[in-house]
Write a protein that binds this ligand. Structure first.
Ligand SMILES: Cc1ncc(COP(=O)(O)O)c(C=O)c1O
Length: 714
């Protein structure tokens, strides 16, 4: 029996990629690549791949060795593409180029899914010979993608417009109309915008036929006829037995789109029809097929076959990890290896982390809290010496000082940035000050340049060291004045946390970064009982081996180690570090996704009187660990507790970051702190609420959060 041909589909979590994979899975051996949204369909393999990562793409293509690639991955939101042109170019053009380069001179066939938006929409009935004149950035990038693809002689381009069943919580036009009408909602339909939309499974059939005939070149691959978007909505209402009166006829000119639209995108499909000897389906036929599949429950089957990690069952937590197949495979590989702790992955993770932050050294430990503790120990904090930190943080930023016998001192925050105020630090420095722990709240860097200047001047005055330990638990990937947070450009050490709500996770975990070799060695020792196996660090060298003054490990007794100070067991496992390594590779995607969500939040909330959105420093680039809204609860006439409960009932979790640490009973009892010590942090606390923000949020999640908060806050 012949083996199935191998088909690689990019954008397999998107509407078309997914539906085509489903349609073709019996005929082909399929590998689907997704960017951020893990999916699995029975009978096909899927894998995460950022197509801009040429190395990874190349590995996948070499290994899978596909006969055919269907390149569906693309940014398609026309207005978002107009706004974020850099990302759109990267995804729609550069990634397409990468795929073309991968194929090179091989015989792999490339099918590129292009769009009707390459035409200007002026005359309608466009044939492939007509001049292309895209009206918006989306159309321009797709056209450039075509140019790249057509450099390969064997390639095939379909200009199309599709509707169908999404597996993710997104809606194609057909689904949007159907759901709105079913909910009895009034919708608008453009009477003067024409298109030739085709049902995804019908396009799947056409792609399959084109492969049998080995078509090459450019084809219009849409419905054989066209209709206005208003008529399209009416047809759906008619087929599904829904109320057509809910559809309001309007003109596209009355609608304020950001990007210009082509208004008549009816396509001439004669070329394809002739090449396949097949009459392309009409819009009515496509809607019939859409309806039949709905009745057979296909739309639900598609969703139920999907696997994502973790399954959240509709609940939107305030934060949470992103774990995909690559992460799982990395962990499983370690579990199958001889080293599950104290092995090579720990060092590899530390090296990768230091590189990522542009620092010399990283010491990974089992939590951010342990990292803060060993940083304080390495700095020699203790004996009642004071360390200044922010009240607007998790208790660990201050607890680490108390662990060592030091005294945490709280300096108030700046009301605009919610970060520790350098002037307040200055006012609290005295002869007994041993350190400062600035916390980069929510991912936005503190004013580190000013802090380090204040500290240097104080050091000169009192001629003793004042350590700066950045609590960068929120800020992996953030940038401050052109330097990466974690690079220790303005500090002695920086601490990261890898708890699941943070940017990357190792389950639990943390790290200390430093450029100082002496600190690095000390941190490594304290992480593991204060023990060293490094010859140069031995105190009793004569006990170490047969030679009196051992200079290198070969002369040292193989069993020998020394405990030269008191340390802890704060070691992290190789299992965790394998996960960390795999997560770190996705940082660019993680931050990009967080920023996309923040853009939507900013747009939605900035005009609302009762809500203040976070300030963003012009000289920094936050990674957006948290998105904190400040509410005027009096104005909206609802308490914060009621708001939190109401949102939770609707399936949305929010969180308060933070109860000022100096108001905690432990601090009031042991360090004589009081309400009133830090008025800015206290009044911030009265009004703040962190809303959900993490890469695994779907578009529908984001929209739901916006909808619910806007409903309550307006
Ligand atoms: C600012 C800050 N510092 C330290 C920590 C402690 O990190 P971990 O939970 O990894 O111990 C956290 C954790 O949430 C934090 O938010």
């Amino acid at each position: 029996m012949d083996e199935n041909k191998k088909l690689l589909i990019t954008g397999v979590s998107g509407l078309l990629g997914n539906n085509i994979a489903y349609y073709l899975r019996d005929q082909y051996d399929i590998l689907g690549l997704y960017y951020m949204h893990p999916i699995q369909l029975k009978g096909i393999s899927t894998q995460a791949c950022d197509l801009s990562n040429t190395e990874k793409l190349s590995r996948i293509v070499d290994k899978f060795d596909p006969d055919i690639i269907i390149h569906c991955a693309s940014l398609t939101d026309i207005d978002a593409c107009e706004k974020d042109q850099t990302i759109t170019w990267e995804v729609n053009v550069k990634c397409t180029k990468h795929i073309v380069e991968q194929i090179g001179r091989s015989t792999t066939k490339l099918i590129y899914i292009s769009t009707d938006a390459v035409y200007d929409g002026e005359k309608g009935d466009f044939s492939e010979q007509d001049e292309t004149r895209p009206k918006n950035y989306y159309g321009r990038t797709k056209l450039q993608g075509e140019i790249e693809v057509l450099k390969l002689k064997n390639s095939l381009v379909f200009r199309t417009n599709i509707f169908g069943w999404n597996v993710q919580n997104k809606e194609s036009l057909g689904e949007w109309i159907l759901h709105a009408l079913k909910d009895g909602k009034q919708i608008n339909g453009f009477t003067d915008a024409f298109f030739a939309s085709i049902y995804t499974f019908e396009l799947g059939r056409i792609i399959d036929m084109s492969l049998q005939k080995d078509l090459k070149g450019i084809y219009n691959g849409s419905s054989g006829d066209s209709c206005s978007k208003y008529d399209f909505a009416l047809k759906i209402a008619d087929r599904f037995g829904l109320d057509p009166k809910l559809i309001e006829p309007i003109s596209i000119k009355d609608f304020g789109f950001r990007a210009e639209r082509s208004w008549n995108l009816s396509l001439n499909v004669e070329k394809l029809s002739h090449a396949l000897n097949y009459r392309l389906p009409t819009v009515n036929y496509s809607i019939d097929a859409f309806y039949r599949d709905y009745c057979s429950g296909l739309h639900e089957r598609l969703k139920s076959e999907q696997i994502s990690y973790p399954k959240r069952n509709g609940f939107i937590s305030y934060g949470g990890q992103w774990i995909d197949d690559d992460d799982i495979a990395s962990v499983v590989n370690v579990l199958r290896s001889p080293w599950i702790t104290q092995g090579p992955k720990v060092e590899a993770f530390e090296k990768a982390l230091a590189e990522f932050c542009s620092t010399k050294y990283a010491v990974a430990v089992n939590s951010g809290t342990s990292a803060l503790h060993i940083a304080c120990l390495a700095a020699g904090i203790g004996d009642g010496r004071e360390v200044i930190t922010s009240p607007n943080t998790f208790v660990a930023s201050a607890n680490c000082v108390a662990y060592c016998g030091g005294v945490p001192v709280f300096a108030d925050i700046d009301s605009e940035t919610y970060n520790i105020d350098p002037i307040q630090i200055q006012g609290r420095i005295n002869k007994n000050t041993a350190g400062v722990i600035p916390v980069h709240f929510a991912g936005q860097s503190c004013e580190m340049e000013t802090i380090s200047e204040i500290v240097s001047k104080a050091e000169d005055r009192q001629s003793s060291k004042i350590w700066i330990i950045e609590d960068a638990s929120h800020a992996l990937g953030s940038v401050y004045k052109g330097t990466k947070v974690g690079s220790c450009a303005y500090s002695d050490m920086a601490v990261m946390s890898f708890h699941p709500v943070k940017h990357i996770t190792t389950g639990e975990g943390g790290a200390v970064l430093t450029n100082d070799e002496t600190l690095y060695r000390k941190l490594k020792r304290i992480r593991s009982h204060g023990i060293t196996s490094t010859t140069e660090e031995f105190i009793y060298r004569d006990q170490a081996g047969s030679l009196r003054v051992p200079r290198n490990s070969e002369t040292v007794n193989p069993w020998y180690y020394e405990q030269i100070e008191l340390g802890w067991n704060y070691r992290i496992t190789d299992i965790q570090c394998a996960l960390g390594l795999s997560q770190l590779k996705k940082m660019k995607q993680f931050i990009r996704r967080r920023k996309e969500i923040v853009r939507k939040y900013r747009q939605a909330f900035q005009g609302i009187d009762s809500v203040t959105i976070p300030y963003e420093r012009p000289d920094g680039n936050s990674n957006f660990h948290l998105y904190v809204l400040m509410f005027d609860f009096e104005k909206i006439d609802i308490s914060r507790a009621q708001l939190i409960r109401e949102l939770r009932q609707g399936g949305i979790q929010t969180q308060v970051h933070y109860i000022p640490v100096h108001t905690q009973p432990f601090y009031r009892e042991n360090f004589k702190t009081r309400w009133g010590d830090c008025p800015n942090a206290e009044s911030y606390y009265e009004r703040c609420l962190s809303i959900p923000l993490y890469p695994a949020m779907t578009e529908a999640d984001v929209e739901k959060v916006i909808r619910e908060i806007t409903r309550i806050a307006i």
